[in-house]
Design a protein around this ligand. Structure first.
Ligand code: ATP
Length: 323
């Protein structure tokens, strides 16, 4: 019998986390389950900082980015002392289950916590990176790519007016998923991501061909790309093609903020709703995802182990359309 659950958001914030929190709280309360919301991720669990969640606690938040529970990257949770304190908090509250909204790091933390407590944990994939196995889209990814596309569209206007080349850096320390989709959607002329093999020589060769056509060009670079980031790429291109009027734009943290898209809100609500239902049905230590529009459950160990590969069709699409 699930009577009381804990809820927290952990790692980097992502738009849609609030919609997910709302769904978890309302689904639980609907089923007469109490919800304790721990603040600032695993930090709140360590220090026993919590809010008892009521129906009104989640009113008016579905459209807001960020997370009302706040989030943190907790170094203390990675220590023996920290995780033991967190497990102590779980026991103190007599919780019957926990829902964690976060990325792969948060689920690695959940795996460690599950070794110290007996109750089940369910995860909702909340990260703009979309790098978890077991879901087509993580909570935050759709909004982030829409934010990037909107920003690139604006940059395109000024680039076009001055016939400039812009190197635009987007988030993605280990994965180029944000870069790939936003490059396709914004009609970028070149893309540099960690997963796709490329060398600077072929990029330079491609750029040299641009000489004949005077117009704007956009190069999208994922921050984790081996090229070393947008400034480095711009420096190399400038050296080989000094005639180009080049600019760099690092989009940065705007990619994390903003109102979640409709798709985000609906998916986040579905995932949160199903996380509670899964706890009630006896699921344990799994991530709730949506694959081909179906709800799926992936063990944490599997969800965190594989970085999602880029979609081959999308790779081919950008190659052809930007040629
Ligand atoms: P994002 O994708 O937005 O970066 P994330 O959940 O991957 O989100 P991390 O900072 O990697 O963000 O992880 C969140 C927290 O999970 C960490 O600050 C740490 O407290 C905990 N954590 C991560 N990895 C481990 C681990 N191997 N063992 C224990 N705890 C971990």
């Amino acid at each position: 019998m699930i009577k009381k659950i804990g809820l927290l958001t952990s790692g980097g914030d992502s738009p849609g986390m609030n919609a997910c929190i709302r769904a978890v709280v309302r689904t639980a309360l609907y089923n007469k389950i109490k919800v304790i919301g721990f603040t600032r991720g695993y930090e709140g669990l360590i220090d026993n900082n919590f809010i008892e969640m009521k129906r009104e606690s989640v009113s008016g938040i579905i459209q807001r980015g960020g997370t009302i529970l706040k989030t943190a990257r907790s170094e203390r949770f990675k220590t023996k002392e920290g995780i033991f304190k967190a497990a102590g908090t779980v026991k103190k509250h007599n919780l019957d289950g926990i829902v964690i909204i976060g990325g792969d790091g948060s689920f690695k933390g959940a795996i460690e916590l599950s070794k110290l407590i007996k109750i089940p944990i369910m995860g909702c994939a909340g990260t703009i990176d979309n790098d978890l196995v077991g879901t087509d889209f993580t909570i935050g990814y759709d909004t982030a790519i829409n934010t990037v596309v909107e920003a690139i569209d604006k940059i395109r206007d000024t680039a076009e007016s001055h016939d400039r080349v812009f190197v635009i850096e987007v988030m993605g320390r280990d994965a180029g998923l944000i870069a790939l989709r936003s490059a396709i959607a914004s009609g970028a002329e070149a893309l540099l991501v960690p997963e796709m093999k490329h060398d600077m020589d072929s990029l330079i060769a491609k750029i040299k061909k641009w000489r004949s056509s005077k117009s704007s060009k956009i190069i999208v670079v994922a921050e984790g790309d081996e090229s070393g980031g947008a400034y480095k790429v711009a420096e190399i291109v400038k050296k080989h093609c000094p005639e180009f009027d080049m600019r760099v734009s690092i989009l940065g943290h705007i990619q994390r903020g903003g109102n979640p898209t409709c798709m985000e809100r609906v998916n986040a609500s579905m995932v949160g709703f199903n996380a509670v239902k899964a706890l009630m049905a006896g699921h344990k230590n799994e991530m709730v995802g949506i694959v081909n529009k179906q709800i799926t459950y992936t063990p944490f160990e599997k969800a965190v182990k594989h970085i999602q590969k880029l979609n081959k069709d999308l790779e081919e699409l950008i190659e052809v359309l930007s040629s």
